[in-house]
Design a protein. Structure first.
Length: 303
């Protein structure tokens, strides 16, 4: 092996990481999270881009074999390590613990990352929590919930950025959305303006591996967007990576999210998908999600 390292660089290393994560992929994220996860967070309004260069890539003769990174929290760290390179686990853990940001680090491992877990244990970390995400295995089940009367799907080519921003703001319970809100002239420091800029930016210049044509948006009779379900189709992995999903208050409990995911199921199955991701909410199991992904959260043992 001819192992070298480099710090992650925004705008230049997305393809390297996508290559590593798609080639490393195993069903149910056994050996690390799927490729869309990092790219989704990297282009979201909440990503702390100032710290991106702290993420590190390991390469063997130029081929990416390892990656340590954060997503929504700089002190919550994730790891990708190719099979056959387990000898790098100690180096990756030492770098992550001693050089990345955050005083109270959480290390997140998947079921098959035993070498990384062992290295973390040697540094005084241990498992504190297991978080469960629900996934739909297409070989074991399906979704077939109809769109309720009075609602319609929005065609991708007609999406309105301001309407989608409002839908996501309200759908994720971020606060009130005053009738006179001016997204264009609002101060850039306002969280609502930041969300709008992220949505607009991703619409005008989508992340390199995004598949926004597969997003599902549901509108009511007045044309207001009331449910949104994002979709990243990873053909190489036969994976339908759903992120994010929200429904506006006042329209919840009517079956809109189930209808959106059913439409995803129909479209993604036709493309050859084998799995579709969901989330930890019991809602997913209620509508038919049938398989689990386990996230192991480790923290430093206290004296």
């Amino acid at each position: 092996m001819d192992i070298t390292t480099k710090q992650f660089q925004l705008l230049t290393d997305e393809d390297i990481i996508w290559q590593l994560m798609t080639e490393n992929y195993e069903p149910l994220f056994v050996n690390g999270i799927a490729a869309p996860s990092f790219e989704y967070y990297m282009t979201s309004a909440n990503f702390e881009s100032a710290y991106a260069s702290s993420c590190r890539i390991w390469l063997d003769s130029g081929r990416p074999v390892g990656f340590v990174y954060y997503e929504d929290d700089v002190d919550k760290l994730f790891f990708i390590l190719r099979r056959g390179y387990e000898s790098l686990a100690g180096d990756m853990l030492n770098y992550a613990v001693n050089n990345m940001y955050g005083e109270d680090k959480t290390l997140v491992f998947m079921d098959g990352q035993k070498a990384l877990m062992q290295a973390a244990s040697e540094l005084g970390f241990s498992e504190k929590e297991v978080y469960i995400d629900n996934t739909l295995d297409f070989s074991k089940g399906s979704l077939d919930f109809p769109l309720p009367a009075g609602y319609h799907f929005v065609r991708p080519e007609t999406v309105n950025t301001a309407k989608l921003t409002k839908c996501m703001w309200l759908g994720f319970d971020c606060g009130d959305f005053p009738a006179d809100t001016d997204l264009i002239h609002m101060d850039d420091d306002h969280p609502l303006r930041q969300l709008y800029l992220a949505v607009e930016g991703n619409t005008l210049a989508p992340p390199p591996h995004s598949t926004y044509e597969h997003n599902i948006i549901i509108a009511d009779e007045s044309g207001e967007y009331v449910c949104f379900s994002g979709m990243w189709w990873v053909e190489q992995n036969k994976l339908a990576y759903m992120e994010p999903l929200c429904t506006v208050p006042g329209h919840r409990g009517k079956g809109l999210a189930a209808a959106a995911l059913s439409e995803h199921y129909r479209r993604m199955k036709a493309l050859g998908a084998k799995y579709m991701t969901g989330g930890g909410n019991v809602f997913y199991k209620k509508i038919g999600y049938n398989t689990e992904i386990k996230w192991h959260r480790w923290k430093k043992d206290t004296p």
